[in-house]
Design a protein around this ligand. Structure first.
Ligand code: SAM
Length: 334
């Protein structure tokens, strides 16, 4: 079958697309070693960013095409002024089943209430170390207390439960964090997830040896707190385990050691309106210029359908000839 001009969004490999990540800014207040250089990156001008109205229009169109889940990200999404206002605009879109946010947590204490009131459904907090000096080492910011306070603030809003805490796993750093994070997942209503380090860093310092795999971390945890598998739901990024002796869950997102491209249903919209069909895409489709030039919904829809149709079969990380995209994770929207 070829590209269809009606029906749900489908790629050329038969995968239905249901999940859209929307970056609202390329800026971030952290400088995580595995993402951004210490001095930051050349930021987009404000005029280059999609406005809230432009984001709403595109999300409405995507939802009409079958997208059920939208996740706001960045950069640091809470660094975009008035983010709760955008959350309110998007949560009002009929047919949108799930609206979530990925944040570094620094500003959550201030915004948790407004985000809940605006209709946000779920929150992922990125946190790579539970010790203050090592947190500083990885993020180049002395901000662990603020992130912990942000997580605590979320506990006042049961609609966000269970909060997911995402930790990027790097060999030579994360080993010392594994058991403290496992203990956190047992103690708190958070699903802690370890995410393998991917070649999306500004410094191009990634190499295979720096990836601490999910399997290795699972072995470390299982030796102390035995785990049993809950499996991986289709389209999900994480393989989830629970502690055999009681409460708590741990997830493993293993894009490098166990790629999950076969049922990937995700696409991404960058802060300046480029549609990306894979984290590792080398091509992207501009939606902003046509939008600003007055394209109607049918024209935008056909651009989207064509781009999605060409979604990559799989990523080629770890294969000979792999080319790292020019964008960092912060410029894509992780
Ligand atoms: N600032 C927000 C945050 O920290 O969650 C949202 C954007 S951040 C780019 C999204 C996620 O990507 C974070 O969990 C971050 O740790 C992760 N990330 C960034 N660079 C990565 C890399 N090279 N490999 C794996 N994950 C990465």
């Amino acid at each position: 079958m070829g590209l269809d001009s009606s029906g749900p969004l489908e790629d050329g490999h038969g995968r239905l697309i249901g999940d859209l990540r929307v970056s609202v800014t390329d800026r971030c207040n952290f400088r995580c070693q595995y993402c951004m250089p210490a001095e930051g990156l050349p930021w987009l001008d404000r005029s280059e960013l999609l406005s809230f109205e432009e984001i709403e229009r595109l999300v409405r169109l995507f939802v009409a095409l079958g997208i059920g889940d939208v996740r706001l990200t960045g950069g640091e999404p809470l660094a975009r002024r008035e983010l709760p206002k955008l959350v309110g605009m998007l949560s009002a879109i009929g047919g949108l089943e799930d609206l979530s946010l990925t944040t570094n947590g620094y500003m959550l204490e201030r915004y948790a209430g407004a985000l809940a009131a605006a209709g946000l459904r779920r929150i992922n907090v990125s946190l790579d170390s539970l010790s203050r000096d090592r947190f500083f080492q990885i993020t180049r910011r002395d901000a662990l207390p603020q992130v912990i306070a942000g997580l605590a603030a979320l506990e006042r809003y049961p609609q966000f439960s269970p909060v997911k805490v995402n930790c990027v796993a790097m060999r030579g750093f994360t080993e010392a964090e594994v058991l403290p994070f496992a203990a956190l997942a047992r103690r708190k209503p958070y699903q802690v997830r370890f995410i393998e380090f991917m070649p999306l860093d500004a410094d191009h310092a990634w190499d295979q040896d720096k990836v601490l795999t999910g399997a290795e971390i699972r072995t470390m945890i299982d030796a102390v707190y035995p785990l049993e598998p809950l499996g991986r739901q289709s389209h999900a990024t994480a393989r989830v385990y629970r502690f055999r002796d009681g409460a708590g869950e741990i997830g493993f997102v293993n894009p490098v050691s166990e790629p999950f491209c076969a049922d990937c249903n995700r696409i991404r919209l960058t802060a300046e309106g480029k549609l990306r069909t894979c984290l590792f895409s080398l091509h992207e489709t501009d939606l902003r210029d046509p939008l600003r030039a007055g394209a109607d919904d049918a024209e935008l829809e056909s651009l989207i359908r064509e781009a999605v149709w060409r979604k990559e079969l799989k990523h080629h990380v770890s294969e000979p000839g792999f080319r790292q995209p020019a964008r960092t994770m912060s410029q894509i929207g992780g």
